[in-house]
Design a protein around this ligand. Structure first.
Ligand code: CTP
Length: 411
């Protein structure tokens, strides 16, 4: 991962302030020097001591401290790092930045800096979609700042919507992409990703579905785009927003998903992350099935759906790298090995889904299988899984040889 050598991190007031601690930890683990300014609002959520414990240096939090000015003036502070990152960026600091207000250390440093500025907003969804915030974001972009889109989810206030700060692992990936200044490892490559569940109609109001949330497939599509690939995401019905920088098509059933994948070909990479239903009604009822007609029991006759992964990996337009998933409740590795061969895919990511785990959850524990070997990854966030996979894909294309996987090793 190529990252800037040093970052000035400005932490402003938000419930997401605690995520800045994880962000510092990840940056430090990659050898990045982190200098921090904690705004007055930020200091209501986390303490300077917690921040300093992770950065290993002083946390700056007061513009008018004479000692700080002697040690390092606010102008010098604004230029000390390769870039300035505001994470989390509250609605308040975005408004001040767009207006050029400089009434505390954070805003003064932001006005004085000659370094690239990146903001990772975090706020209530109504605040995020308010025309005033939209105006401020447009102004900031016009002024040259880069914005890491907030994501959708439950808010601390109990509401649901877009406004959660991007995950620290995604912020790291964004910084990495920025610091490569256009030299993205997958630029020029085309990728197709399927994600989410399919829904196979029974009648006009009912369908056969499954518990897939689409989190893993969407994260992979986003990570591929961050690495420079041109990505088409074919998604079943999910509640997630369309990922940034990705062309997203929405479909409902397996047949439509296959048609959309075929239309998106040719591609260099295919990732089948969708939980495609295995059966469908041969002829869905045209009218709603009525209870009295079905008496006390109803028998549905089902036929298999088309296997998208197998179809694509055996087609004339087969992408150079075909990757599938295996969701298994038992005999994980034997079943996954057989599945990889049966579906003729290059790599297969096996995960256990026993007891409803994985579907809808935020983490995944993957074993990556290929013809060359097997690699067990530690349990991690689905975004981290996506970035690990994209690193592997980038390595594969960089070498133009299958990545060597050594049995039993952890990458
Ligand atoms: N898949 C597909 N089309 C299908 C079924 C599955 O493309 N009709 C893909 C999935 O996207 C995944 C892989 O095949 O990448 C394995 O899916 P999984 O549900 O684990 O296996 P199935 O093929 O459905 O087999 P089984 O249910 O018997 O385990």
């Amino acid at each position: 991962m190529s990252l800037p050598r040093s970052v000035l991190l400005i932490i402003t007031g938000s419930v997401a302030s605690y995520k800045a601690l994880e962000l510092i930890r990840l940056l430090r683990a990659q050898g990045v020097t982190v200098t921090t300014i904690l705004s007055r609002g930020g200091a209501k959520f986390i303490t300077p001591l917690a921040v300093s414990s992770l950065t290993g240096t002083k946390t700056y939090d007061d513009l008018f401290s004479l000692t700080d000015e002697v040690e390092m003036g606010h102008i010098e502070l604004s230029r000390v790092a390769d870039l300035v990152l505001v994470a989390p960026a509250s609605a308040d600091i975005l408004a001040k930045m767009s207006a050029g207000i400089a009434d505390d250390l954070a805003t003064t440093a932001l006005l004085a800096t000659n370094k690239p500025v990146i903001v990772a907003p975090a706020m209530n969804h109504k605040m995020w979609s308010h025309p005033a915030t939209e105006r401020n974001i447009s102004q900031l972009k016009a002024d040259g700042s880069r914005v890491i889109q907030p994501t959708e989810g439950s808010m601390a206030c109990g509401e649901f919507g877009v406004g959660r700060m991007a995950e620290p692992a995604d912020i790291l990936q964004f910084l990495s992409q920025q610091s490569r200044t256009g030299n993205t490892p997958l630029s020029g490559k085309r990728a197709i990703v399927t994600s989410g569940p399919t829904a196979e109609p029974i009648d006009p109001v009912r369908y056969l579905g499954n518990r897939s949330s689409g989190k893993q497939g969407h994260a992979i599509a986003e990570a591929l785009a961050m690495a420079g690939a041109e990505v088409t995401l074919i998604s079943g019905a999910v509640t997630l927003p369309d990922p940034q920088g990705v062309t997203t098509q929405h479909v409902t059933d397996a047949e439509a998903m296959l048609t959309a994948v075929n239309q998106a070909l040719p591609a260099d990479i295919f990732v089948g992350a969708a939980a495609v239903a295995d059966w469908r009604m041969e002829k869905p009822a045209l009218q709603k099935l009525k209870k009295q007609k079905a008496a006390s029991r109803l028998t549905l006759e089902l036929v298999p759906t088309v296997d998208i992964l197998a179809t694509i990996s055996n087609s004339k337009k087969r992408p150079a790298l075909v990757i599938g998933f295996a969701a298994e409740t038992d005999k994980l590795l034997p079943n996954a090995r057989a599945k990889r061969k049966a579906k003729n895919c290059d790599w297969l990511l096996a995960n256990a889904v026993t007891g409803g785990a994985v579907f809808g959850a935020d983490t995944n524990q993957i074993t990556l299988l290929s013809a060359e070997g097997e690699e067990a990854w530690e349990q991690m966030d689905k975004h981290a899984v996506a970035h690990r996979l994209v690193e592997k894909i980038s390595g594969h294309f960089a070498q133009k040889l299958p990545t060597r996987l050594v049995k039993g090793t952890r990458a």
